[in-house]
Design a protein around this ligand. Structure first.
Ligand code: AMP
Ligand code: MG
Length: 390
């Protein structure tokens, strides 16, 4: 059995970046950039008015003749004289030697002239060429997450395709004779299968939106067969259940029989001890405990950073917060505890229902509180580390 820190290190070492691909910018939401991008243009490409108003050469004078109009999209080589102004609109080209725009609300306009009532400072209301980014400047470093705003920025630089890390193809294999699909009638002795939808949802939080779910009974031959096909097709395989020490837990044998290399099995933690991590070629295999709270805890602690690593994220782990403990905790297990907890601005409360089978309080938790294996107790008021989730 290994320590949580060792397990985390092994997962990080073994989860390499996915290969890269060129994709259209409009399809790139949630992908991680695999190249440093440079701007092909200045943005703005020319000096623009930031207001509807009048462009002029700043001076002490208040009276100007309006000699022309510049609408958004127009361009002209007009040169103003000292006493001349151009009617101008937001986003429009500012004539070459104009240096100031006055907003129309600050002007008394006559037919062909204006009187500036409130003189703005020189250079007001002009967006300078390249003020957001100059041509050849870095737009984004590699490993940047593509957000809606990033997509907008790339589009405004005219960039239509980028190189990103592929997202891993993920499969979930659910094991258990007792499992019935929600929506069906529940026969005696059976329970509803909940891990697959839960893990699918957890994967969506990191941008893995399409996951294939497979199901198999507690049977070595069937598990071996199912895994054979899955291991060939996917980059990350999550298995639910069948990885403990019961007589009907066949997942480990089925994985080894399929040539999966064991990287670790069992971690000194609660919940989530019976977990297997292995690999076959570039495919990572996480055999997660069947108990739903263990399954999700280990998703957050191990699967989440591994997939983020594969996707190219630079920060792969859940962020950490420090809060003041509302209640004391004892830990006589010698294991690292991950406790379902609710934090606010300053404090954190441990929730009831910490058993590995229980999702009732996990469902309302907003964090996992970490109690290290070598900490036997924490007092009320002590500062503790937690991992915000959701
Ligand atoms: P196992 O790890 O297969 O021994 O399962 C441990 C516990 O988790 C048992 O009570 C199972 O019934 C339950 N369990 C296993 N898989 C699932 C699942 N997919 N959905 C809900 N409960 C599960
Ligand atoms: Mg089982």
């Amino acid at each position: 059995m290994i320590k949580v820190s060792e397990a985390l290190a092994i997962v990080a070492e073994n989860s390499s970046n996915m290969p890269v691909q060129r994709i259209p910018v409009r399809k790139a939401l949630g992908y991680i950039l695999a190249e440093t991008l440079y701007s092909p243009i200045d943005m703005p490409p020319f000096r623009q008015s930031a207001m509807d108003g009048y462009a002029f050469i700043h001076s002490e004078k208040h009276q100007y003749d309006v000699i022309s109009t510049s609408q958004a999209g127009d361009h002209s080589n007009i040169k103003l004289n000292e006493n001349e102004a151009v009617r101008i609109f937001t986003g429009a080209f500012v004539p070459k030697n104009a240096d100031t725009v006055v907003m129309q609300e600050h002007v008394l306009a006559n037919k062909d002239s204006i009187l500036i009532a409130a003189m703005p400072p020189q250079f007001s209301n002009i967006r300078n060429k390249g003020e957001q980014i100059a041509k050849e400047e870095v737009v984004f470093e590699a490993n940047t997450l593509i957000t809606p705003a990033a997509i907008g920025f790339l589009a405004c630089l005219g960039i239509t395709e980028i190189t990103v890390y592929k997202k891993p193809k993920v499969a979930i294999l659910v094991t258990g004779n007792e499992l019935v699909k929600p929506g069906k009638k529940l026969p005696k002795g059976k329970i509803y299968e909940s891990n697959s939808v839960m893990l699918e949802a957890a994967l969506q939080t990191i941008g893995i939106n399409k996951t294939k779910v497979y199901k198999v009974k507690d049977n070595l031959k069937a598990t071996k067969k199912a895994l054979k096909g899955i291991l060939e097709k996917y980059d990350v395989v999550l298995i639910s259940g069948g990885i403990s020490v019961g007589d009907y837990d066949f997942v480990k044998d089925a994985l080894l029989a399929n040539g999966v290399e064991e990287l670790f099995y069992k971690i000194n933690q609660k919940p989530g001890k019976p977990m297997f991590f292995g690999s076959k070629k570039d495919t990572l295999v996480f055999a997660l405990p069947g108990n739903p709270a263990s399954s999700l805890t280990n998703f957050y602690i191990y699967v989440y950073p591994a997939i983020k690593n594969r996707m190219g994220f630079s920060d792969i782990h859940l962020p950490k917060l420090v809060r003041k403990l509302n209640d004391p905790i004892t830990n006589t297990t010698g294991k690292t505890l991950f406790l379902k907890a609710l934090y606010d601005e300053t404090n954190v409360t441990i929730l009831d229902g910490q058993a590995s089978s229980m999702l009732n309080t996990f469902a309302i938790a907003n964090s996992l509180l970490i109690v290290p294996d070598d900490v036997e107790g924490l007092k009320k008021g002590q500062l503790v580390t937690l991992l915000p989730i959701n």
